[in-house]
Design a protein around this ligand. Structure first.
Ligand code: 475
Length: 832
């Protein structure tokens, strides 16, 4: 930068990167040094958290050489930088992952043990940064891992929420939310860059005047200016010597603006202002919240998008003064529509602040931006009430209108006289209140639009974005999601990772297609028994934690049947419940019934304002209470709600599953990524033809996947012909019995009213066709039970699942983004 101070040292730093000592002795020394100099603690008085902090600082130190070298890429004109804009990054704990990716695990473990501690204990100390709701945020985190592993210069841009996703407690069977205070004990992984800060304007109005040269100049006179400060977190690639950058923005008051009238009377007013400014990045919004249009959420979106684009422009100007070439410096990916204000903001920065003409600015904006869609649920498509948008972003509304005017001209040229199409494609919705449609803004402003699984992309083209597809089919492509095998196998399932590596070598970690080599071990009895041993150990570990957290004893020999994901009607946790209720009734009817023991494990958070989802949690817990304590069940069925499902808990849960529940209504789950984590850890899937399930089944083979239910076409047809859930209820005795039991108060201490809303919803609406798929699901579950009786065969299927899951590595997804969308060359792997 211009303000770099030249010193004797600065001329000799480039290219020369001595790695700090990574042996056990050096680590031991570094931990003690940090305990002393960073934590200011004597070893005898240090808490476990002090040791965790000292170790983490020692590890971070050792990541800095690679990181500083990687930051240099941003200035290299030859390298395009991927900028991943996301309102959420659900990272999960850093320490273990960084130890794995940098190869420092053994040294750290030995150093910690030489100090009389265990690495396991220190790992447990970390509060995970839960800066996301679920799939979308976790996907962003997997992509950062892959970008760094593939040595692609990248920056993840987002929001440094002070409170991430709430912690979930279960009280009397109900979900209770508590604040996630992840920063309470400090965050050793981030570095505050006070000097990297930008001002963000909000509110007010615009004025037009002619400048000295007679040109029209536009001034936005805001009522408020907020400062965004960068907090950087290094993201280690797997043995790649490249460290990616996650840059999160924290909002602060602008001193000059707020404190300009600094006198006694204004002081408290100024402090008030500071509180308001800092509130922008206070809290992560839960998804699935009914009642759109929270001003603070729009402010968050604009805030992080503006800081990020200003930062990118600064970086670009270090390379070249020509902003027309911005698209050669950055490829910007918008993770859903949450960052789609970037289209209007980049136009504003280029036109208003940097003097580009509209056409030049539009050309470079479009060729820079790309948009990923993550949902087909029409109610989840973001739109902002026009008045609210106008109040916060008056200049952006003008820009949106201008984009829209020009765009609708193109539409009417392409489709003369098609008024209905114009109304549908407009960036402004005008039927029943006015709104700005963010998916339309993102689509118009991007050169590429992608869905996250093959089926999802096809449905996108046919439904929510059909008009855009018809007009510009070439913009559309599919990139099926993936997950990182580093966190989701190496770190979370070390036993399985070791067995795999001992059998086929270690290449699978970065070349998962090599997992295919496991296929020939599927007929080796001693390998299969080692495989089973690993799974059983994982099940015992989960059983111990379940006992500790819920007081429920579960049998590690039983089939672990697991559904963990956000609670939502379209994901159909209640369909899973109907199966449990049916098994329960079969046992009650015939206490000697041959039912192979099963443990049903649920986990997931409900949006705090989503009543039906919360009622489903209550019902799971209520059924658990009755079933788990009924002596006639005799331990054959256990139901567990594992509280506070998050990344940390996921790392324990996925490796312990026998059966993965992926039972959404076909056509509703965009992709799913939990489905991939389960199968990669040797679970078999019971699922519908939805999202990435379709592709998982194709890969692992239909004989190794339990398929049931209507497909997306049949779902559409049934809905069109008029769906009457009541008929399924009338015609299926077992279904009736299950629903009647819920209705009777059997699970609510006789309170027949408690679950009435859920029952009514199923009988009279059942938007997600749980009753239509019930019988097919039950029959399929019987095939599961039969298969599980033949343990050897089950293990073969389990091995084949893992062997054939290579496609679902996020490395493959990132390579596809590079090729199809970002036009970033794939660099050869780092030789190690
Ligand atoms: C899909 N979150 C999964 C996953 O592509 C898919 C929505 C609004 C506000 C905040 N967060 C959201 C999502 O929409 C989300 O997580 N979507 C999920 O994205 C990754 O695998 O099918 O439901």
């Amino acid at each position: 930068a211009n303000n770099t101070v030249k010193t004797a040292a600065s001329s000799q730093t480039q290219g020369h990167n001595p790695r700090r000592g990574v042996g056990t002795a050096a680590m031991n020394r570094a931990i003690l040094d940090h305990l002393h100099f960073t934590m200011a603690r004597l070893p005898a008085l240090a808490s476990r958290n002090d040791w965790y902090m000292a170790l983490s600082h020692a590890v971070r130190d050792r990541m800095l050489d690679d990181w500083l070298a990687s930051l240099h890429h941003f200035r290299n004109k030859e390298l395009k930088v991927v900028s991943y804009l996301s309102a959420e990054f659900l990272l999960g704990p850093h320490l273990g992952n960084n130890l794995i990716n940098t190869g420092m695990w053994d040294a750290a473990r030995d150093a910690v043990e030489s100090l009389g501690l265990t690495l396991e204990d220190l790992l447990r100390q970390e509060e995970e940064p839960g800066l996301g709701n679920g799939g979308l945020g976790r996907l962003a985190a997997c992509y950062l891992d892959s970008l760094a592993t593939l040595r692609i210069p990248s920056i993840g841009y987002g929001i440094r929420y002070e409170f991430g996703i709430f912690d979930q407690l279960i009280r009397d069977g109900w979900q209770v939310e508590t604040a996630d205070k992840w920063l309470k004990f400090g965050n050793p992984w981030e570095i505050c860059r006070s000097e990297i800060a930008y001002e963000v304007k909000m509110g007010g109005h615009t004025e037009y005047h002619h400048d000295a040269d007679g040109r029209l100049a536009i001034a936005w006179l805001p009522v408020k200016v907020i400062k965004g400060v960068a907090y950087d977190t290094p993201i280690a690639g797997y043995r790649s010597r490249i460290t990616g950058l996650l840059r999160l923005w924290k909002s602060e008051a602008v001193e000059s603006f707020n404190f300009q009238a600094f006198n006694a009377g204004e002081y408290y007013h100024a402090v008030d202002e500071k509180v308001v400014s800092e509130s922008i990045t206070k809290v992560l919004y839960p998804n699935d919240e009914p009642g759109v249009g929270k001003l603070l959420r729009l402010a968050q979106q604009y805030f992080f998008v503006s800081c990020s684009l200003q930062d990118m422009i600064r970086v670009h100007l270090l390379r070249s003064p020509r902003l027309e070439e911005f698209d050669q410096t950055f490829a910007v990916q918008m993770n859903d529509t949450h960052p789609s204000l970037a289209v209007a903001e980049l136009m504003r920065l280029l036109v208003d602040e940097h003097g580009l003409g509209w056409d030049a600015a539009w050309k470079v904006t479009r060729s820079t931006m790309a948009y990923t869609n993550h949902t087909l649920l029409p109610e989840a498509l973001e739109k902002w009430p026009l008045q609210l948008f106008a109040n916060l972003l008056p200049r952006h509304l003008e820009i949106v209108y201008e984009i829209n005017r020009r765009f609708l001209d193109e539409v009417s040229q392409a489709y003369p006289g098609d008024q209905a199409r114009l109304a549908r494609m407009s960036l402004i919705e005008e039927t029943g209140g006015k709104f700005v449609r963010m998916a339309n803004l993102a689509s118009v402003g991007s050169h590429a639009i992608n869905g996250v699984a093959h089926l999802h992309t096809e449905l996108l083209k046919e439904t929510v974005l059909a008009d855009f597809y018809q007009m510009t089919p070439g913009k559309f492509c599919n990139v099926t999601n993936g997950v990182t095998p580093r966190r989701w196998v190496l770190l979370s399932n070390p036993g399985l990772a070791r067995l795999i590596s001992e059998s086929i070598g270690e290449e699978w970690v970065t070349a998962p297609e090599k997992l295919r080599k496991l296929e020939r071990f599927a007929s080796d009895p001693s390998f299969l028994s080692a495989w089973r041993w690993v799974k059983d150990a994982n099940k015992r570990a989960l059983a111990a934690t379940i006992l500790e957290r819920t007081g429920v004893t579960v049998d590690p020999e039983s089939l672990f049947d697991i559904q963990v994901k956000r609670i939502h009607e379209y994901k159909r946790q209640h369909l899973n419940l109907l199966h449990i209720l049916t098994l329960y009734h079969r046992i009650k009817r015939d206490p000697g019934a041959q039912i192979p023991p099963r443990t049903f494990i649920f986990g997931g958070k409900a949006a705090p304002g989503y009543f039906m989802a919360k009622l489903i949690i209550k019902l799971i817990n209520s059924v658990a209470e009755v079933v788990n304590t009924d002596p006639e069940v005799a331990g054959r069925l256990k139901v567990v709600f594992f509280p506070d499902f998050n990344v940390t808990n996921g790392q324990l849960i996925y490796p312990a599953a026998d059966l993965s529940e992926q039972i959404s209504t076909s056509g509703k789950e965009a992709s799913g990524t939990g489905n991939m984590k389960f199968s990669l850890n040797g679970a078999l899937t019971i699922g519908t033809l939805d999202g990435a399930n379709v592709e998982i089944r194709e890969e692992v083979g239909e004989e190794n996947f339990f398929l049931f239910g209507l497909n997306a076409t049949e779902v559409q047809a049934l809905k069109k012909s008029g769906y009457h859930p009541g008929r399924f209820y009338e015609e299926d005795g077992e279904l009736r019995e299950a629903i009647d039991a819920v209705r009777s108060g059997l699970f609510s201490h006789g309170d027949a009213g408690l679950f009435q809303p859920l029952v009514d919803h199923l009988l009279y609406d059942d938007e997600y066709l749980a009753l239509a798929d019930y019988r097919s699901y039950l029959e399929c579950q019987e095939r599961v039970s039969t298969a599980f009786r033949q343990r050897e065969l089950w293990s073969v299927k389990s091995v084949l699942n893992v062997a054939r899951m290579g496609k679902f590595s996020s490395d493959r997804s990132i390579r596809e983004y590079c090729e199809k969308i970002w036009k970033v060359p794939i660099r050869p792997p780092f030789p190690h």
